[in-house]
Design a protein around this ligand. Structure first.
Ligand code: SAM
Length: 285
């Protein structure tokens, strides 16, 4: 059994985890999957050599990619999650009783099955929620062909490597826009800006042509090394991003959420960007 796991996302820089136990390691139809135990982060999953999620810090990422668009929108009924096979995003979306239907399009059934078994605290039963419509398919194909419409689309994909590559194209974003109800919003996992600034730039170039209001917001997730992760935001409703703090607080209270990272002040503050990211996407700081 291995006793150390080295992430291979970057050539000249890496993070290494001690490995106390390996629950699963194999190749699925789409990618290499390993789930192991690390004494600091608990159970950790990596896909194709890239850290995807850990028991200890997943809440930051999943709370920020669900509650910011859902509370910012204020009247979400239908959500689309692209990717998200570990179930953490689904868990957080399911906490909003106002939502009647959540469609999740994950390309790799093995990720869902393995995370239900070896990362149960991620989904915490959410895969059994009657509101879930789980589709095992390529998310890019789904948004190109579906007749369904959504108030919020969350792109919870791997990096633009392998199967995830299709989820960072202008065609994909244009198809996502087609699937949004009027006033709906798309949010995207767009990499750690300090190391992956091209991801944010490319998404900005696409969103600039597609949406009346586009921006990014950020949060630092310890195992997404290099500082803040950028989350893309695109909508034709120019008010959504500028909700008063009192409105966010009222919605947060009425949703009855207890969170460990998200709160209305973090929501508002997360749209303030570090200057290097603002410069890269051609926006004032
Ligand atoms: N939090 C992680 C991050 O920020 O990189 C993402 C975690 S989630 C496990 C990523 C999921 O995207 C994986 O389960 C992967 O199988 C899925 N995925 C990758 N490409 C996809 C595609 N084209 N369509 C649907 N799901 C895809």
């Amino acid at each position: 059994m291995i006793n150390r796991y080295e992430e291979t996302l970057y050539d000249a820089y890496t993070q290494v985890f001690s490995v106390e136990d390996v629950y699963y390691e194999s190749k699925s139809e789409h990618q290499h999957i390993i789930i192991f135990h690390n004494s600091k982060f608990g159970r950790v999953m990596a896909l194709d050599g890239i850290i995807q999620t850990t028991e200890r810090d997943e809440f930051i990422y999943h709370e920020m990619l669900t509650h910011v668009p859902i509370i910012g929108h204020g009247a979400v009924d239908r959500v689309l999650i692209i990717g998200g096979g570990d179930g953490g995003m689904l868990r957080e979306a399911c906490r909003h009783s106002s939502i009647s239907r959540i469609t999740m399009v994950e390309i790799d059934r093995a990720v869902v099955d393995l995370c239900r078994e070896y990362l149960p605290t991620h989904s915490r039963g959410a895969f059994d929620d009657p509101r879930l419509n789980l589709v095992i398919s390529d998310g890019a194909e789904f948004v190109a062909t579906t007749d369904e419409r959504f108030d919020v689309i969350i792109v919870d994909s791997t990096d633009p490597i392998g199967p995830g590559e299709a989820l960072f194209t202008e065609k994909f974003y244009s198809d996502c826009k087609r699937c949004l109800y009027e006033g709906g919003v798309i949010v995207t996992q767009n990499g750690v800006a300090f190391f992956q600034i091209e991801e944010a730039k490319n998404t900005a170039d696409a969103f600039r042509n597609l949406f009346r209001d586009w921006h990014f917001y950020t949060a630092a997730v310890p195992t997404y090394v290099g500082g803040v992760m950028a989350f893309g935001w695109g909508t034709d409703n120019t008010e959504l991003r500028h909700q008063p703090l009192a409105t966010l607080e009222q919605r947060y209270q009425s949703a009855g959420l207890t969170t460990r990272y998200y709160n209305p002040s973090i929501h508002q503050g997360s749209f303030a960007l570090p200057q290097y990211l603002a410069n890269a996407i051609g926006k004032p700081g």
